[in-house]
Design a protein around this ligand. Structure first.
Ligand code: ATP
Ligand code: MG
Length: 221
């Protein structure tokens, strides 16, 4: 579904991604594991069009994404929960979740249906909906960011280090949500990065290892 072909990228003159080639397929729950600074965030940002490629291509179902600007990639069904999970503080959590769908021009019925599905996957979000986007703890913010990514990520969801810093109870709930998501949406491809592999438990179907911007031979987990 998403084909990454010999992708390189530089930030501030330093090469951060070096000739990455891999493919993400429908229905996979994939982990990208690598130490701090390995390039995990940059890889996700490159997929979202937020980091320019210095070489290579990223294609979705055969279409080269270089022609799709970052703000249009959500319209392809790609959802992204960045590490810093920013919520708009002047909006409620519900408004934060609905916003990317409004931007896509989806009608209210469709947005309602998506929200209902998200609440099925992440039931803890229900009680947070009326709260201000600024009134969430770090862990709750991660749950909300997952929900927001799922509102638009109907084909591919990219989650950047979601388990980092989560208290054990919340980490268990988050893992449960991903399992439910994998079951409820069997066609969805879910990509999770993590620097600490043990936080992923037995969730991923397969694990890619990123070292200094390169994918190295990694065993399936
Ligand atoms: N804005 C920036 N300016 C300069 N260098 C950057 C910038 N962002 C990232 N880098 C460099 O790019 C490399 C990869 O960073 P990236 O954030 O992708 O790693 P990561 O695997 O996500 O790390 P972490 O586990 O700490 O989140 C690092 O060496 C980092 O120093
Ligand atoms: Mg990172």
């Amino acid at each position: 579904m998403l084909k990454i072909d010999h992708v390189s990228a530089s930030i501030a003159g330093n090469t951060v991604l070096r000739g990455i080639s891999t493919e993400f397929n429908a229905g996979q729950l994939l982990a990208v594991v690598g130490r701090n600074g390995a390039g995990k965030t940059t890889l996700l940002r490159a997929m979202m069009g937020l980091v320019p490629l210095s070489a290579g291509t990223i294609a979705m179902n055969g279409d080269d994404l270089s022609r799709v600007p970052a703000h249009r990639r959500t319209s392809l069904g790609i959802g992204y929960a960045p590490e810093d999970r920013v919520m708009y503080p002047t909006f409620s959590v519900e408004e934060n979740l609905r916003l990317p769908c409004d931007v896509l021009g989806l009608d209210v019925t469709e947005i309602d249906q998506r929200l209902a599905r998200v609440l099925e996957v992440v039931p803890q979000l229900r009680e947070m909906l009326p709260r201000s986007g600024s009134a969430l703890s770090g862990g709750q913010g991660k749950m909300a960011a997952l929900g927001r990514a799922l509102m638009v990520g109907t084909r591919l969801v990219l989650l950047d280090e979601p388990f980092q810093g989560l208290a054990p109870v919340l980490a268990n709930q988050y893992a449960e949500s991903l399992r439910r998501l994998h079951e409820i949406s069997p066609e969805l491809c879910i990509v999770v990065t993590e620097s600490n592999r043990s936080l992923l438990r037995d969730l991923p179907d397969a694990t890619l290892i990123l070292e200094r911007g390169e994918l190295v031979e990694g065993e399936d987990s």
